[in-house]
Write a protein that binds this ligand. Structure first.
Ligand code: CP
Length: 314
């Protein structure tokens, strides 16, 4: 692997899950991988899980780790040919070139604007770093995808599946803010490519995800019908792709005990952070069917697996 931006960078998802499970079984068993090597984590947006789990993963692999809050640094210009006489102080061409001299793997998080669909879906920030960096780039979530989260979700489903091809339901859930589609896009993309589950996506009319991510999944607008016999329910809010970046006040889409009662005693999943009693009721989140902490735990092993695969060129 020479970059990790999406499921398309993975030839064998099961092989990567098995690699992550080897790291989970022996967290310090691969501490030669990062010997005399450096990982830089560049954050343009906030994070709790991604930042800490990636730092922990890299440290356990023996890397030196530098995390930089790019939101507090020089404003970076991403447009080619820009005349930089306004707010941007440094072009990504120099920034990526400089950082590549300081590290062996460059990890980047950046969120979409949610105002310009074409620009967001061009994923300029992460793609510009890939273009100008001379070291492998790992996505810590881009405008359109969150692949380390999706890999952790695949691990979590693997650990909790009790039958072949479980029914996995990705459900839209309410949220007071306008949120990216990245987690949902990525989850759908990984589930379809993995082809080990039957994926159903349920969301209100007007909130269908971009078709490039959902081809191969069943999309339903009746949430209760979608939940029937589900083995896993993955809740996430996303703003509209069609009416780009807009949201809707639909509290009836919250996941609660009554809806989980329609399922095959399903496990509940969410990438976190989650708004209690808005996205999901306390009763569901506090139940012994909630996998949210296990998902967050698996972020460390997914990061270790990806960093090891990159360093070994496998
Ligand atoms: N799930 C996730 O990526 O969490 P953070 O935004 O806290 O990193």
């Amino acid at each position: 692997m020479n970059q990790f931006l999406s499921a398309h960078d993975i030839k064998d998802i099961d092989g990567l899950i098995e690699r992550a499970q080897r790291h989970k079984a022996a967290p310090f068993g691969f501490d030669d991988v990062g010997y005399n090597k450096t990982v830089i984590n560049l954050f343009f947006n906030p994070s709790l899980r991604t930042r800490i789990s990636t730092e922990k993963a890299a440290t356990q692999l023996g890397f030196q780790v530098i995390t930089y809050d790019a939101s507090g640094g020089w404003n970076i210009e991403f447009d080619e040919g820009a005349t930089m006489n306004l707010d941007t102080a440094e072009h990504v061409r120099e920034a990526a070139g400089v950082l590549s001299q300081y590290c062996d793997v460059l990890c980047v998080r950046s969120f979409p604007s949610l105002t310009d669909r074409e620009a967001d879906y061009a994923d300029h920030v992460i793609k510009s770093f890939v273009k100008y960096a001379t070291v492998p780039v790992v996505s810590l979530e881009s405008a359109t995808r969150h692949p380390l989260q999706s890999l952790a979700d695949c691990i979590t489903i693997t650990e909790n599946s009790s039958r072949p091809r479980p029914k996995v339901v990705l459900t839209w859930a309410p949220h007071p803010r306008r949120l990216p589609q990245a987690v949902a896009n990525s989850f759908a993309e990984w589930m379809v490519k993995w082809d080990k589950v039957d994926l159903v996506i349920t969301n209100p009319e007007g909130f269908d995800l971009a078709p490039e991510f959902t081809k191969g999944a069943k999309v339903m607008h009746d949430q209760a019908e979608a939940f029937r016999n589900a083995d896993f329910v993955y809740a996430k809010n996303w703003s509209s792709y069609a009416d780009y970046g807009q949201t809707a006040d639909l509290p009836g889409w919250m996941v609660d005990e009554a809806k989980m009662g329609l399922t095959n005693n399903a496990y509940f999943m969410h990438c976190l952070p989650v708004r209690r009693n808005v996205v999901v009721s306390d009763g569901v989140l506090n139940s012994n069917r909630s996998l949210v902490l296990q998902q967050a735990n698996n972020r460390t092993w997914s990061a270790q697996a990806v960093l090891e695969a990159i360093m070994r060129g496998e």
